[in-house]
Ligand binder design. Structure first.
Ligand code: UDP
Ligand code: MG
Length: 323
């Protein structure tokens, strides 16, 4: 099968027939073999009924329906596990992404060898309250992830080589950073294509401004787990040791100065009267806490089932030992 189209949706009943007809037209015009996977994320409207209906006239329409609303990431992940096409396309259900982009995205994956191609809504039809923070969001994401050529991380329209979606796990709200997840999994050839964007025709947006707060926190999580996830001690241990060491030196200095002055008959103050004593104490306490956090982190890693799973691309002349 050439293409799997994954469409997460939450209360988008009005858009679905138009979307299905449009995708079908594009696929037939280009002679692609395809499937459309509608992932109904616990819609409370008629969405699932509409999908059932569509599947009666088009056997390429497939669907999964969640019992309740989990979010876009869980919907995408569920779709990814079930794809069978060589190229996987994701798109939003609200008709903001155009299926006309599919052939070119497909070509970029199959002929230019990209692992992932992200859409770039250069000209957006969204309110200003969304476009301005989005610019900031993308600049930060570029910096932190090191994927310097992407302008639109969270574009719903993306294309993947099949292996990519089978090797990444999208959970929580991490759909905003799929290119970063792919990069962390070793799929580094990431490209971009300027795509048409249209105003939402039916229904309303499912994400408010909290998307930017959550997006920022998720980015920190990804950065941290990507860098120190398998070795937390390298972060906490270093910070903790440095702080403790500083505090320790300082507290010795405070004591030594007092003893020196005492010995030479100078005026001296009690250790507890010096503000530096308390600063040192705080440093030492915080330092040991950080160190402990690192140590607990290492114990957690030691027991995590994924600690020794790596993305292996190829093996040569390896035979399993006979026991
Ligand atoms: N979506 C979903 N589950 C949710 C929220 C959204 O499956 O909990 C779907 C939604 O139906 C749409 C896509 O994710 O197909 C993008 O959502 P939306 O258009 O509201 O986001 P925006 O375009 O405003 O970023
Ligand atoms: Mg939308």
């Amino acid at each position: 099968m050439d293409i799997s189209v994954v469409v997460p949706l939450y209360n988008e009943a009005e858009s679905l027939p138009e979307l299905e007809a449009w995708i079908r037209r594009v696929m037939e015009e280009n002679n692609f073999t395809y499937e459309i996977l509608f992932i109904n994320d616990g819609s409370t409207d008629e969405s699932w009924k509409v999908i059932e209906k569509l599947s009666e006239s088009n056997p390429n329409v497939k669907g999964v329906s969640f019992r309740r609303n989990y979010g876009k990431s869980p919907a995408l992940n569920t779709g990814f596990q079930r794809t069978r096409g060589n190229v996987v396309i994701t798109m939003d259900a609200d008709l903001q992404d155009s299926p006309d982009e599919i052939p070119e995205l497909y070509r970029m994956i199959t002929e230019e060898g990209y692992d992932l191609v992200s859409g770039y809504k250069k000209k957006r039809y969204d309110p200003l309250s969304k476009t301005i923070p989005t610019k900031l969001f993308n600049a930060t994401a570029r910096k932190v992830s090191g994927i310097k050529n992407l302008h639109d991380f969270n574009c719903g329209l993306k294309a993947y080589r099949s292996a990519v979606v089978k090797h990444i796990e999208v959970y929580g709200d991490m759909h905003r950073y799929i290119p970063y997840l792919a990069k962390n999994a070793g799929f580094g050839k990431i490209g971009e294509k300027v795509v048409q964007h249209r105003a939402r025709k039916y229904g309303k947006t499912k994400f408010g401004l909290d998307r930017f707060v959550n997006g920022y926190l998720d980015l920190l999580t990804l950065w941290f787990t990507g860098k120190f996830g398998a070795k937390p001690m390298h972060f906490f241990g270093l910070m903790g040791s440095l702080m403790f060491f500083l505090g320790f030196i300082a507290v010795i200095a405070v004591g030594a100065i007092k003893l020196y002055n005492m010995y030479h008959g100078n005026h001296y103050i009690l250790v507890t009267d010096s503000p530096y004593f308390y600063i040192s104490l705080v440093l030492m306490i915080l330092g040991s806490q950080l160190f402990l956090a690192g140590f607990v982190g290492e114990l957690v890693v030691r027991n995590s089932p994924g600690r020794n799973q790596y993305e292996i691309e190829q093996e040569l002349n390896i035979k399993q030992p006979i026991n």
